[in-house]
Design a protein around this ligand. Structure first.
Ligand code: ADP
Length: 593
């Protein structure tokens, strides 16, 4: 798959409202009840903040000038109650909203990961693992901040603002109108900043994905890097990627904080105006000191939520950028899917595999990996694929479990087109032993048990015995419970192969797809692996990419593949007699495969 098909962050496309509606519809809906409770607490918090501002008036007019002594205790007590109510309601709505936010983000992460698992191999070739990890971890993390901030922010700050504005209008509506005349300018500026921030943030996320992709490639290939002394080169390349992320982050903070000087200036203007106007009004007796005090208190208390709402727009825009990248992935669908009218594939005994005029190319382009390929693998027989590298052997193996779909012709298993059967039941009939054996960071029992869901310990041991793995497993201190992989014991090449063979034996599937390892094992291991493989092939239809002479000699049919076509076909003896490509490869020890 060509590089340009990689899904990379594009310029923002979906409108913010569409993204928000989608987020709310899919993820917020299940939390409406809790959201209701949280909103109630927000309302209490907002109302108590407003009460505190309003209480300034009796404090100044009645209490402090000593006119109404009987008001001292009730006013003081009311202020205490307001503060306590504000504290507790803020605590509860924060807790509830945080829970909703974390749930939403966990749901998105889990949906995204589960969606990735269903995508086809072409997708994974086009999108390196680092990029995908970054979407699940880093993009979703940015969404987390946006979801949390906007859930708490919008509700609480908005409500508080409305209450406080109410107090201001109650105290002096003309002064309030004048104070708020400045708002449209601030809002325009904030919206403009938000758009810029969203662009920067999308670029940051995309550069972060590139960086994690670079790092994961380097760590995976660290042996090559060190063996070829390329540390400095890789350091340089990583530094470039790190530098890009750093520059964009600096830019994002610069843009995001531009709102501070602008907002402070606007605020200064308003406060200055209020004091001058209010001062004259109070001096001329049209306004009491208490009214002006309450107005100023309401305005100062309103400043905090206003600032938060302005900042919230920044977080929200960044979150929407990330949401877009996440949804972009969620909207991709696997090209390889079970048809709605598919039937389960049931195989009672053995299975025949037939390729009929199969054509396939990885990038749907001109270069065909397989071209007009036809062959028949009768039930229970061993078909060996040989030929020069790039001939199409792995592609044949990839097409049978539908890792990719053929572009022309068809593949039949027991006469059923693989595209007409349910993909899960198709794959259930297949055991795959590939060269790049994956050993999971888990116990040995689990690694073998991967072959069949719900396998019991006895079955696992039996499979391990058949794969000549039981003995070495028993020699480990924890036996089958020994942890292998990154965190545990490292297995030798031959041991890994035998674990993967045990996994395939446990699967007990009628079709075996085998990519023989090319790496040399010591004689003892080689013999054990060979014996295990023979056991595995018994009674199954096997398609094997053969690298060993013994495998081809024993095969029922050898297909020699060159440039996607079968160029020779027959048994070992037939093909030696033909004196063609196979005979030449045989003479050089079947090395060129
Ligand atoms: P073999 O297993 O015989 O070495 P393959 O089946 O791997 O051959 O490859 C057949 C052709 O398909 C080659 O030209 C190879 O370059 C191409 N090819 C294999 N895998 C991919 C891929 N993931 N993307 C693009 N081209 C590929």
């Amino acid at each position: 798959m060509s590089k340009d098909k990689t899904i990379r962050a594009a310029a923002p496309q979906s409108s913010p409202s569409k993204l928000m509606i989608r987020l709310a519809k899919t993820y917020l809906r299940p939390h409406l009840r809790v959201l209701g409770f949280a909103m109630f607490f927000m309302l209490v918090a907002a109302a108590s903040t407003a009460a505190i501002a309003q209480l300034i008036q009796p404090v100044l007019d009645d209490v402090l000038n000593g006119q109404k002594m009987n008001m001292i205790l009730p006013v003081g007590f009311a202020i205490l109650v307001s503060f306590i109510a504000r504290g507790f309601s803020t605590y509860y709505h924060t807790i509830l909203m945080n829970e909703i936010g974390q749930d939403i983000v966990a749901d998105i992460q889990s949906n995204l990961f589960s969606h990735f698992l269903d995508l086809d191999l072409a997708f994974f070739h086009a999108n390196p693992s680092g990029q995908l990890i970054s979407r699940v971890v880093s993009d979703v993390n940015v969404m987390r901040a946006a979801v949390l901030d906007s859930l708490t922010g919008v509700g609480k700050n908005f409500l508080t603002l409305i209450f406080l504005i109410g107090i201001m209008f109650y105290q002096d509506w003309k002064l309030s109108l004048a104070a708020f005349a400045i708002f449209p300018f601030a809002a325009l500026f904030v919206a403009q900043l938000g758009r810029r921030l969203r662009r920067v943030s999308t670029s940051i996320q995309s550069e972060l994905a590139n960086l994690s992709d670079r790092l994961s490639q380097i760590f995976q290939g660290v042996r090559q890097v060190q063996a070829y002394g390329m540390e400095d080169y890789e350091r340089g390349r990583a530094d470039v990627a790190i530098g890009r992320v750093r520059d964009l982050n600096v830019k994002s903070v610069r843009v995001g904080n531009l709102s501070t000087p602008v907002n402070e200036t606007l605020l200064g203007l308003v406060v200055c105006g209020i004091i001058i106007y209010g001062g004259y009004e109070a001096a001329s007796g049209r306004m009491t000191a208490g009214q002006l005090g309450a107005f100023l208190a309401a305005f100062s208390l309103a400043y905090e939520p206003m600032k938060k709402l302005a900042k919230l727009n920044n977080t929200l825009q960044m979150g929407l950028g990330a949401a877009e990248r996440v949804f972009e992935m969620m909207d991709l669908h696997s090209k390889v899917r079970s048809r709605p009218d598919c039937v389960p594939l049931e195989i009672t005994q053995a299975a025949s595999i037939e390729f009929k005029d199969v054509g396939f190319s990885y990038d749907a382009g001109e270069i065909k990996a397989i071209d007009q390929l036809s062959f028949m693998a009768p039930a229970g027989k061993v078909i060996a694929l040989v030929g020069p590298s790039g001939g199409g052997k792995s592609t044949v193996i990839n097409l049978i479990p539908r890792f990719y779909d053929v572009q022309s012709g068809a593949i039949f298993i027991n006469g059923a087109d693989v595209r007409d059967v349910d993909i899960k039941t198709l794959r259930a009939q297949i055991a795959l032993v590939s060269q790049d054996i994956t050993i999971f960071d888990d116990s040995l029992a689990m690694n073998i048990g991967y072959g069949r869901a719900g396998a019991i310990r006895e079955d696992i041991i039996e499979a391990a015995r058949a794969a000549a793995a039981h003995e070495f497993i028993e020699s480990f201190p924890d036996g089958y419970d020994t942890r292998v992989g990154e965190d545990g014991i490292k297995l030798s090449g031959g041991q890994r192969q035998r674990v993967s063979i045990a996994r395939a034996i446990l699967r007990n599937a009628p079709i075996l797809l085998l990519d023989e390892a090319t790496s040399a094992l010591d004689n003892e291991s080689e013999k054990l692996v060979q014996q295990a493989l023979e056991k595995l092939q018994k009674g199954r239809t096997t398609v094997v990419i053969a690298h060993r002479l013994s495998t081809v000699r024993d095969a029922d049919l050898i297909l020699v593949l060159d440039r996607g076509k079968v160029v020779e076909k027959g048994t070992h003896t037939d093909l030696i007699e033909q004196k063609g490509l196979y005979a030449r490869m045989y003479e050089t020890g079947l090395k060129d495969s």
